[in-house]
Structures are given as structure tokens and as C-alpha cells.
Design a protein around this ligand. Structure first.
Ligand SMILES: C[S@@+](CC[C@H](N)C(=O)[O-])C[C@H]1O[C@@H](n2cnc3c(N)ncnc32)[C@H](O)[C@@H]1O
Length: 241
């Protein structure tokens, strides 16, 4: 993707999330039949975070993953959530107090394509349902790898493409035909929930994404299909020096 196209995609994605920020959490639960909560819990289990660790959540949006990590690492740890859409961060902000993690969780406006952190700053960098939305997946994985410490983890939880043909056909009927209609009825606009299925079309499948983790310099890459492959969790480790 050239610089011009990349800019167009970024601006478009930014506007989509600015429009739906207030309804994002509810719509997530409705459209995934609450599955996203199960996927998030599975990711947290597999990450095996420890008390006191420093975490970065890229494309943090309304902050659910950042909050879950903060609750696990506790006040001796530190969590930073970064997102380029202020409207999404405005929804996240009051939740930090509600979940008693405000003292050790920061929210920052910034772009996943050029993370404003020193090399080797975090024990873990996560990205939840945001990798599909960036203009250059490889560049974001490279940036996440750069900012984690040697031995640290890069983790992605993202929608994916089911492997099993008959199930895939059924799921795609829901995802490409029904979901945009529900989205339009709920938010009164066409664009945001037409973009959601569209963003999956060109996104790498689970196997390709695992290879991209390796190409970013990560090793021992684990990938897990969730709910028949509708979603996938990837975890890669930055080599120890
Ligand atoms: C589908 S939401 C996911 C939010 C949250 N991570 C979650 O798990 O619910 C995608 C988020 O990624 C953000 N985003 C997309 N592209 C970005 C970029 N290039 N830099 C930073 N944030 C980005 C959007 O603003 C949005 O908040």
C-alpha cells in the first residue's frame, strides 16, 4: 500500500471509530453473541501475565484489554493503552476509575504504525481487533516487536477466516450479509458495519499471520483458532538477545 492509500485507509478507519465509539462496547457483544468475552479470557490465560509486568495495548479503543491486563499485573505493574482515535479513548477513560486501575494505566493518543516508545520498553505488547484496521500489518508487528524487551511477548487477538468449508460458508453469510444490516439498524449508518466485514477480506489468514509474526523477528509463535476459526490468537516471543 503506497503512502497516499495508507493515509486514506487511516483517515477512513479513524472516522469509522469516531462515529461508533459510544456504541462500540454494546455492539461488540451483540454482533459476536458475547463470544468476544470468551476470546479475551482465553487470551489472558495463554499470556500468563505476572504481577508487576509492564504492558502495552495497541489500538486499545475502549480499553477492555488494557483494563484486564491492569487487573492482572496490579499496582506494581504498568499498562499503557494507545489509540489514534480520541473518541474511543474518551469512552475508555472513565472505565479506568470504575475498574480501579486508573493509578497505573495510561491512555495515549498515537499511531500503531510508529509507536512513540523506546526499544525494549514492555514485557508484553498486545493488539485486539485492531490489526485488521491498520494500513500495514507487517509494520505494526515490527513496531510491537521493537518495543518489547528480549524474551517479551507480542500478542494479537483478531477476527480470522474459518478453515472448514461448510462452516465458513454459513459464517460468511452472517458476517457479510446479516451483520451489516444489524449494524446499520443499531447505529443508523451504513459505513461502520460495512467496513467490519470488508476489513477481513484482505487480512491474512491464521497461518499467514503466524508467518508474519516470524518475519517480524518473533519466535516460538503459537496460534490458536477460536470458535471454529472465526477468531485467532497469536503469541510470539522476542528472542533473548
Ligand atoms: C475494533 S477496535 C478494537 C478496540 C479494542 N482493542 C478492543 O479489543 O475492543 C480497533 C481500534 O483500533 C484503533 N486503530 C485503528 N488503526 C489504528 C492505528 N493505525 N493506530 C492506532 N490505533 C488504531 C481504532 O481507533 C479502534 O479504537
Amino acid at each position: 500500500m503506497g503512502q497516499g492509500e495508507s493515509r486514506v485507509k487511516s483517515d477512513f478507519v479513524h472516522d469509522v471509530f469516531a462515529q461508533i465509539a459510544g456504541r462500540y462496547d454494546v455492539m461488540n457483544s451483540v454482533l459476536s453473541f458475547n463470544q468476544h468475552k470468551i476470546w479475551r479470557r482465553f487470551a489472558m490465560r495463554k499470556m500468563r501475565l505476572k504481577t508487576g509486568e509492564h504492558c502495552l495495548d495497541v489500538g486499545t479503543g475502549t480499553g477492555d484489554w488494557a483494563i484486564a491486563m491492569a487487573q492482572t499485573v496490579g499496582a506494581r505493574g504498568q499498562v499503557t493503552g494507545i489509540d489514534f482515535c480520541q473518541e474511543m479513548l474518551d469512552v475508555a477513560e472513565p472505565k479506568l476509575n470504575r475498574f480501579h486501575v486508573a493509578g497505573f494505566t495510561n491512555l495515549l493518543l498515537g499511531n500503531a504504525m510508529a509507536l512513540p516508545f523506546e526499544d525494549h520498553s514492555f514485557d508484553v505488547a498486545t493488539i485486539g481487533f485492531a490489526l485488521r484496521n491498520v494500513p500495514d500489518v507487517a509494520q505494526v508487528l515490527k513496531e510491537m516487536t521493537r518495543v518489547v524487551k528480549p524474551g517479551g511477548k507480542v500478542v494479537s487477538l483478531e477476527l480470522s477466516k474459518p478453515d472448514f468449508g461448510p462452516f465458513r460458508a454459513l459464517y460468511y453469510f452472517y458476517f457479510y450479509r446479516i451483520l451489516p444490516l444489524i449494524g446499520r439498524a443499531a447505529v443508523g449508518k451504513d459505513e461502520p458495519y460495512r467496513w467490519l466485514p470488508e476489513s477481513l477480506r484482505t487480512f491474512p489468514d491464521r497461518h499467514k499471520l503466524a508467518r508474519m509474526f516470524e518475519e517480524a523477528g518473533l519466535e516460538r509463535v503459537e496460534d490458536y483458532p477460536l470458535t471454529f476459526g472465526i477468531c485467532a490468537l497469536h503469541i510470539g516471543y522476542k528472542p533473548k538477545a
